[in-house]
Design a protein around this ligand. Structure first.
Ligand SMILES: Cc1ncc(COP(=O)(O)O)c(C=O)c1O
Length: 385
């Protein structure tokens, strides 16, 4: 009998397990509202759909260059010009199969097995799981209100002293999942400078850009050309299922990424790249969606504390409320399962994001429609009583 690798023994992504259970209940006819997964309820922008339809009518969808279609790479460069006033050479842009593939490519090109990379706890679970599956050691740096739930040079220094590890990489999302924290310009600058001074690769996950409600939305590219930026069409652009993301790379990393991408993926899906190129011009439509998330955010900020659910971290960006549920339970996994079974509302237990203290917390995504979010919260209010 063959054996299963140790590297595959990563934690399950509980949000995906909850999604599967919610889907099962919905198919069985239950009126499920899912706040479990961070995906907009809106369709891809019209221009993306039109571009895809046009391409389908042409009939031939094929491989593209491993780093993506040049129209899309130029389009993404144009996005940085428009949003950030930056002139980025399109040759530094790699299109990827979702930002998830971007992480694989970045980790494989930057780190060797046994290297050590710091991430925030709580944080997005796939970072930990991908790094672990690749044999890269993960140092989870606890973040709290004291440091506005973000990493700082001081916390990176402290964790290296405490563990005796030398970091090869630091990965930070801003806005962050699940905390909603936005790391401001000066915080990002301090981290970028610290990483440069210590020969540490700084990976900036900017997937929630376009969804900042409080504070400034700085791309680390405004501060340095040495950082690795990862972004995606999944969130602001409402294109989760199209699986298109991108990276902006320091020049000397382009070829290593291209070599690994050629063999891992051949190319990102062409149809999706064509759709994504269309989506880049759709900000009027997408900004309307952003305002609907803002309404959800304002509603939750008021209503959740009223029903006894305290908000554990600032909801400054992305579309998540991270809740402290210790008033009701010391096992948020069981709490989430019971909530789904009894009132058909799916949420994500905090253990996904925080293996040590996540039994105290729960994450709600507020990327759904206003009506859905309000209905879900009123069901929870009645249930908690
Ligand atoms: C912080 C963060 N990064 C990356 C991703 C992955 O997104 P995708 O692979 O769809 O681009 C997610 C998805 O929820 C996320 O929350």
């Amino acid at each position: 009998m063959f054996s299963i690798s140790n590297r595959s023994a990563v934690e399950p992504f509980h949000a995906m397990d909850v999604l599967a259970e919610a889907t099962k209940r919905r198919q069985a006819g239950h009126p499920v509202i899912s706040l479990a997964v961070g995906q907009p309820s809106h369709a891809a922008p019209q221009a993306a759909l039109d571009a895809a339809r046009h391409a389908l009518a042409g009939g031939r969808i094929g491989y593209t260059d491993a780093l993506g279609l040049s129209e899309l790479r130029y389009g993404i460069a144009g996005h940085y010009e428009k949003r950030h006033g930056l002139s980025i050479d399109p040759s530094r842009i790699a299109v990827t199969t979702g930002s998830s593939a971007g992480f694989n490519l970045a980790f494989l090109s930057l780190f060797d097995a046994g290297d050590c990379v710091a991430i925030a706890r709580p944080g997005y679970p796939a970072y930990r799981n991908i790094l672990a599956a690749l044999g890269i050691r993960v140092v989870e740096v606890p973040v709290s209100a004291e440091t506005h739930f973000t990493l700082t040079p001081e916390s990176l220094e402290a964790v290296q002293k405490a563990t005796g590890e030398r970091l090869k990489g630091v990965l930070l999302a801003s806005p962050a999942n699940p905390t909603g924290t936005v790391t401001g310009r000066e915080g990002l600058r301090a981290l970028a400078e610290y990483c440069a001074a210590n020969s540490i690769a700084f990976i900036s996950d900017e997937i929630y850009h376009g969804l900042t409600f409080v504070g400034d939305e700085t791309s680390v590219l405004e501060l340095t050309d040495e950082a690795i930026v990862i972004n995606s069409f999944s969130k602001y652009y409402c294109m989760t299922g199209w699986r298109i993301g991108w990276m902006v790379l320091p020049e000397r990393l382009v070829r290593p990424i291209e070599r690994v991408a050629q063999s891992l993926y051949i190319s990102p899906p062409e149809l999706s790249q064509i759709a994504a190129t269309g989506a880049l011009g759709a900000s009027t439509e997408l900004d309307v969606y952003r305002e609907s998330y803002r309404r959800n955010r304002d509603f939750l900020t008021r209503r959740l504390p009223e029903i006894g659910l305290s908000i554990a971290s600032p909801m400054d960006g992305a579309f998540y409320a991270y809740l402290d549920v210790t008033r009701f339970t010391n096992d948020s996994m069981e709490f989430a399962k019971t909530m789904l079974a009894q009132i058909n509302v799916a949420t994500t237990p905090g253990l996904d994001f925080d293996p040590l203290e996540g039994q105290r917390t729960l994450r709600m995504s507020y990327a759904g429609s206003n009506a859905e979010i309000e209905e879900a919260v009123e069901r929870i209010a009645a249930w908690l009583k």
